[in-house]
Design a protein around this ligand. Sequence first.
Ligand SMILES: Cc1cc2nc3c(=O)[nH]c(=O)nc-3n(C[C@H](O)[C@H](O)[C@H](O)COP(=O)(O)OP(=O)(O)OC[C@H]3O[C@@H](n4cnc5c(N)ncnc54)[C@H](O)[C@@H]3O)c2cc1C
Length: 308
Amino acid sequence: MDERTWEEIFTSEFFDGEVRFKESMRDYTSLRIGGPADIIAMPKDPMSMKNIFIVAKKRDIPVFPIGSGTNLLVMDGGIEGIVLSLKFFKRIDVLEDEGEVVELFVEAGSPLQGLVSFAKEKGYAGIEALAGIPGSVGGAIFMNAGAFGVEMKDVIKSVAVMDKNGMLNRLDRDEIGFSYRQSSIPQGSVILSANIILKKADKTYVEEKTRQYMDKKRQSQPLKEHSAGCAFKNPAGDSAGRLIELAGCKGMRVGDAEVSHIHANFIVNKGNATAKDFLKLMEIVRSRVKDASGVLLEPEIRIVGKND
Ligand SMILES: Cc1cc2nc3c(=O)[nH]c(=O)nc-3n(C[C@H](O)[C@H](O)[C@H](O)COP(=O)(O)OP(=O)(O)OC[C@H]3O[C@@H](n4cnc5c(N)ncnc54)[C@H](O)[C@@H]3O)c2cc1C
């Protein structure tokens, strides 16, 4: 039996990277809400990541991967176990640039907007509509993030995933079930990288398209406030924002959690909102929308962690 403390393990040769103990998840999420995580591990290489999975499995400790925390509501009691950050996995390489099609290798910790800018600078088309979506490439794949009719799945060729046993697998796009704001990649497995297919295009065209989408996003979403993006999924054929506005919820508040005045499907943290405030407001909005239009909204944000 391995009797070492986590401090001893994370300072041994088994692990290259950074580690934090009992740090508030406020500092790791765009919503700036959440209690502490027992351990936040930031491995620098796949072997260190594999070792984390092996030890966590032996000790029966959960591992929760995060990207940039832009789609997360972390509960006030924090997260038990290990939060695994991919902040050191940020490489973007061009694998193929010969014909009209371009293949990129992208590590999952790369900011999605880093990838959008890279494509814009090179004149590679396909992801202009994702301009302005915060978060990492890994989070965007896991969530099948999208905007204006374009989703992450549209440009994926394959994904490298490490499962909870530390085994690395390559999944082709067809082996992954992608649907609206979700993928079939099991929660807890880590996406390490992806091969992405884009098309060569006129550079000014890609620049202009990216700028147009970015402008649209700035006009319609409260990008400067603390949020986790859309709180609820759009029901088929409708918009959750429209239904929330119709139900008279814009500006409603519980503590420091507020239904945004700019986009009703964004719930923002005006300062010191707790997860409890946020969830209470979500429940009120849900029940008002149900009463007003008969639609039961489903959360889009990922709610993780434990109660106080
Ligand atoms: C202002 C704002 C605007 C937004 N606009 C949009 C939008 O237009 N469209 C849209 O789709 N979303 C939008 N979002 C939501 C969010 O940005 C996306 O869902 C984003 O792709 C999440 O990426 P992330 O790295 O922050 O993931 P996180 O929030 O860190 O994690 C989200 C989920 O993905 C999992 N995950 C993250 N990284 C990995 C990995 N490497 N391997 C396995 N699992 C992983 C986590 O375990 C978690 O379940 C918006 C958010 C904000 C704050």
